[in-house]
Design a binder for this molecule. Structure first.
Ligand code: ATP
Ligand code: MG
Length: 548
């Protein structure tokens, strides 16, 4: 080739740079630019959304078309592709809407790495070069696109955030500082976050509830307690603007397996087939998954692969009480006969009805019958634990009434006197330790008959004799264990009539963390449970002919 030393021949022009853009329609974008690992083959390839993913996508679009901020909470079975859809959709939005911020909050660092490497980096590696992310501005947990859209992956570490200096990699928490503001937020496996409430409080401040923003929270269930459970319940009850979506496994074509020729349905299979129209391939898949992926634990399977939203939350794995029996009690729990409060007028107890009153009566007192009242005493502050009194029939242990509210411990003592008076001078067993220290003197000062107070046997170390002291003493490794064991047996045997939904719902969140001290799960109250267990325990002692 001749040298053009004088520069007489014009240089061939470089072809004009073509501005690359991706389709604004996600359904056109996904199969052309999306990048996912196929569930069945484990091979990476273009993204063809499945049935569940399309359903979620259309809900996002529905809210957007109504010009609403998109707010969705998802309860799901495992491995249906929900996380993938949200992430791929957010990636697409990041490409078509320059400069938007996306926050992805995950439950642990392993997932953070996976999301960042597999979802963000891999997807971008498979885009045309002009669309790839600017790796100089990207690091672990952060990715910047050429159009300035940013993706941040953080771990919901809750309280630990205060100890960390690597704030950028972690979810903003109450104390951990707030991000600059995001247009898209994806909370993944929220039920498994540490201190989800604090994390969500901070995160939700960074996403304005205006058209164009999206907040999607999704999770598999993790028991009937905690932020995700409460949020789901509130959403289903219509108490917030989120839209609840439930995704079950039986609508997924991947959840099937050809059964062996000698496959036979069990009675449970027949029942499920009848109720949910499951065929043999689905029943066999369920059986196989229970045996091979859920440690042969059918409760575990139901939690991971629920057929209904209720079933998802039914198991807590470590609930102290029999969860099936609790659900059976709840299914047939009646409305109270009376809701209101009680007061003293002209030396008589007067009931006044009002719908939000603390007293719920399921059985009115019957003349001649004997009753026992167990009471758990709270501090009476506006945000602290509740005080609760449970009235049970001393012969049958039937639950007759529940008083559940916040009162100063001494005023609660006065209320207990009224309740005792109303129930034929019931045997009264208020907790004497903790805040209960102020309740008992008030009961005595109010003149409640001393012989109608439950007496706790306390060993006098000097004389070696038992002293009888009024009230119920809860000791962590002594009487508390007796209470819990009595409570568990009552629910297991289902011999007692139990009606109150608050009590039952607290029981569903009463867990055994494995330290021999069952209690309300983090964030859950257990005052109704404790009061109920005291009531049936002291009533039982009389049946066993203990002294009073
Ligand atoms: N449309 C699709 N076609 C094939 N495979 C898919 C599709 N969408 C997602 N997958 C794959 O299915 C698997 C599960 O997807 P994903 O993690 O999104 O599900 P999930 O519902 O969030 O489940 P998990 O309970 O595991 O969080 C992943 O390996 C993913 O790559
Ligand atoms: Mg997921």
């Amino acid at each position: 080739m001749a040298l053009d030393l004088l520069g007489l021949n014009p240089k061939p022009k470089a072809p004009p740079k073509r501005r690359l853009t991706v389709p604004t329609d996600f359904l056109k974008y996904a199969p052309k630019y999306g990048w996912v690992q196929d569930k069945k083959t484990s091979l990476w390839g273009r993204f063809h959304p499945n049935k569940h993913q399309l359903k979620l996508y259309h809900e996002i679009r529905r809210q957007q078309e109504l010009e609403l901020p998109v707010l969705i909470i998802i309860l799901k079975a495992r491995r249906l592709g929900i996380t993938t859809l949200v992430q791929q959709y957010f990636l697409h939005q990041g490409q078509v809407r320059p400069g938007i911020g996306t926050l992805l909050v995950v439950q642990d660092q392993k997932t953070q790495g996976a999301v960042h490497d597999d979802m963000l980096r891999r997807t971008f590696r498979h885009l045309p070069e002009a669309l790839q992310a600017d790796t100089r501005e990207s690091n672990r947990g952060r990715l910047v696109l050429p159009n300035e859209s940013t993706f941040v992956v953080q771990v919901a570490t809750g309280a630990d955030l205060t100890k960390s200096n690597t704030r950028r990699e972690r979810a903003p928490s109450q104390r951990g500082g707030r991000g600059p503001g995001y247009q898209q937020m994806h909370g993944s496996e929220v039920a498994f976050w540490v201190d989800a409430e604090a994390t969500m409080l901070a995160v939700s401040q960074t996403v304005q509830p205006v058209p164009g923003t999206i907040m999607i929270l999704e999770s598999t269930a993790n028991g009937r307690a905690g932020y995700f459970f409460d949020m789901w319940q509130a959403t289903v009850a219509g108490e917030n603007a989120y839209v609840p979506m439930f995704f079950t496994w039986c609508e997924d074509d991947g959840c099937r397996m050809t059964p062996p020729v000698d496959f036979q349905r069990s009675a449970e299979d027949d029942d499920l087939a009848g109720r949910y129209s499951l065929d043999d391939e689905q029943l066999y898949w369920r059986r196989w998954m229970t045996a091979n992926k859920c440690n042969r634990d059918s409760e575990k399977f139901r939690q991971e692969y629920p057929l209904t939203a209720d079933e998802a939350f039914l198991t807590t794995g470590n609930c102290w009480f029999d969860t099936n029996n609790l659900q059976a009690y709840l299914d047939r729990s009646p409305d109270p006969l009376f809701v209101g409060d009680l007061s003293l007028e002209h030396n008589k107890v007067r009931l006044s009805e009002h719908s939000y009153g603390p007293l719920r009566i399921y059985k009115h007192p019957v003349p001649g019958k004997q009753y026992a009242i167990g009471a758990d005493v709270g501090e009476g502050t506006t945000t602290g634990a509740f005080s609760c009194a449970q009235v049970v029939d001393r012969d049958t242990l039937e639950q007759c009434a529940v008083w559940h509210g916040r009162l100063h411990p001494d005023l609660f003592g006065h209320m207990l006197c009224l309740l005792g008076l109303h129930y034929n001078m019931a045997l009264l067993a208020p907790e004497r330790n903790g805040p209960g220290i102020a309740t008992l003197p008030k009961i005595i000062a109010d003149g409640y008959p001393y012989n109608r107070l439950y007496k706790y046997k306390r060993l006098d170390r000097e004389t070696g004799e038992d002293n009888l002291v009024p009230g119920w003493q809860t000791t962590p490794h002594g009487t508390r264990r007796i209470l819990c064991s009595n409570g568990r047996a009552a629910i297991r045997d289902m011999q007692v009539a139990l009606y109150d939904r608050t009590t039952l719902s607290e029981m569903q969140k009463f867990v055994d963390p494995g330290d021999g001290n069952p209690r309300g799960a983090p964030g859950a109250f257990d005052d109704s449970v404790m009061a109920y267990m005291i009531a049936i325990t002291v009533a039982k002692e009389r049946l066993l002919d203990y002294d009073e």
